[in-house]
Design a protein around this ligand. Structure first.
Ligand SMILES: Nc1nc2c(ncn2[C@@H]2O[C@H](COP(=O)(O)OP(=O)(O)O)[C@@H](O)[C@H]2O)c(=O)[nH]1
Ligand SMILES: [Mg+2]
Length: 449
């Protein structure tokens, strides 16, 4: 924390490159390589400067000066906007290293921001999510977490749990007064149940959070040659998979993503299901089965109306999944003759692109019915670490409820309450967080953030 760090904060290849410097020696280091004396600059000001190596002019830059504690890290900090040449950026970094800085580790700026109390741990994690956000839904979840909506919710939960604890402790303090009853246990139980329900509700949004972060997996499955690869290509608008009239062309699973209404969907084209003696194809079909398992939505593609027995077999395989039955190659058939009386079928022509938009809409609806797409304003848990903590907090509050119901001893209940409070505090890092946990979290950041 005492060292002054520097790093390139922008991706190489742009017109400009921003170098960040932070720490007690930030002003001295930058002042010694450029024509501006940062020490004399007012906070939050920008200055035109020349970077000079001796008498050699390296670049004309803009220097932004931030004074502790009013900077991202909470330390004295400078951002140098250089021209984006790799040569210039490397020269500037080298000069900074010569003048007492060291290269920042991934996420080190944000880790310092957290350690200096500029944000809590869940907000720091939201910074990484924000940088990685690739669509409207993931951006919204990251922004909400960064703004502290989740942190505020945790404060409310913690206060409820503290209220329960103090009611119980009152009971403990006066436990020798047998005739006194301080806390009505049924009231305590109600309070515990409400809190536990909210914790479970938050944990329950993780499914949606995962979908937002990684995309909703949709497997495209069916017999060989029904047009699965054609459909994948049409859906993603790219020639991702090889299409051929030869049965068993697709051996491996092929994935690609698209956004529908701001939500990311991950389509997985699979090897067609049939009896085969071909070893490679057999492995491919095993992968198809795994793709079905991992998918939330399964598109069963047919090219003639399936027999009832076939449909029953499909239903068996897709148990617990959202299934969409789609009839392909509708351009070849006189649709009047196909009465979809067994199951409602979506009719498309993957080759000609007919019905693809309707299909996309149906996929979106299935995801919505599955609870993967929800109301925008709600708090959504996207982080596995937060989810794990919420589950553990729920286990503790559940124990509190059980103990209250069984009228168990007060100190046992108080202990469980303390556990729940501590676990929730882990999420925001409001109690001392082990260095290992911090390293784990921040090592996933990019350098310069
Ligand atoms: N007429 C017609 N042919 C299609 C359609 N979709 C796919 N095909 C053809 O069906 C054959 C098999 O397609 P492919 O996508 O490789 O099937 P897969 O084995 O299920 O992946 C190819 O010759 C495609 O051109 C369609 O909507 N209409
Ligand atoms: Mg194929």
């Amino acid at each position: 924390m005492n060292e002054t760090i520097c790093a390139l904060a922008t991706a190489p290849g742009g017109a400009l490159g921003i170098i960040r410097v932070s720490g007690t020696e930030a002003f001295a280091a930058v002042s010694s390589i450029c024509s501006v004396h940062c020490d004399c600059c007012a906070a939050n000001t920008i200055h035109l400067a020349r970077i000079l190596d001796g008498s050699e002019l390296i670049d004309e830059v803009l220097v932004s000066v931030f004074r502790a504690p009013h900077s991202y890290t909470g330390e004295d900090a400078v951002e140098i906007s250089c021209h984006g040449s790799i040569y210039i950026l490397n020269r500037v970094l080298e000069m900074l290293l010569e003048h007492g800085c060291r290269m920042a580790k991934p996420g080190e700026y944000t880790m310092r921001a957290y350690l200096n109390g500029k944000m809590d741990l869940s907000q720091a994690e939201a910074v990484a999510d924000l940088v990685a956000s690739s669509n409207k839904a993931s951006h919204l979840a990251a922004i909400s977490q960064l703004k502290g909506q989740f942190s505020n919710e945790l404060v409310l939960l913690r206060n409820e749990l503290l209220k329960l604890t103090s009611l119980l402790e009152l009971e403990l303090d006066f436990s020798d007064h047998e005739d006194l009853e301080f806390a009505d246990r049924s009231e305590l139980l109600e309070l515990a149940e409400i809190t536990d329900a909210r914790i479970r509700e938050l944990a329950g949004t993780f499914k949606q959070g995962q979908a937002i972060k990684h995309g909703i997996p949709v497997a495209i499955v069916g017999k060989t040659n029904v047009g699965k690869s054609t459909l994948l290509n049409k859906l993603v608008g790219d020639d991702r998979a090889i299409i051929s009239s030869i049965h068993g062309t697709t051996r491996d699973t092929i994935e690609d993503e698209i956004e529908i209404d701001g939500v990311k969907f991950r389509f997985i084209d699979t090897a067609g299901i049939r009896e085969t003696t071909d070893e490679i194809e057999r492995i491919g079909i095993e992968r198809t089965m795994r793709a079905i398992e991992k998918a939330r939505i399964v598109i069963w593609l047919f090219d003639t109306l399936p027999a009832r027995s076939e449909i029953l077999k499909m239903a068996e395989l897709t148990k617990g999944k959202r299934e969409l039955d789609v009839l392909n190659k509708c351009d070849l058939y006189d649709m009047e003759h196909f009465v979809p009386n067994m199951v409602p079928m979506t009719c498309i022509s993957a080759k000609h692109g007919t019905g693809i938009n309707t299909l996309k809409r149906k996929i979106f609806e299935e995801a919505k019915n599955d609870g993967l797409i929800g109301q925008e304003s709600d708090i959504i848990i996207t982080n596995t670490r937060h989810y794990d903590s919420l589950i553990r907090a729920h286990e503790s509050t559940q124990q509190v409820i059980d103990s209250l119901e069984q009228n168990l001893s007060t100190d046992l209940i108080a202990e469980n309450l303390r556990q729940a409070i501590n676990v929730l505090a882990e999420i925001t890092g409001s109690q001392i967080t082990p260095q290992e946990t911090l390293d784990n979290i921040f090592s996933n950041f990019c350098v310069g953030k």
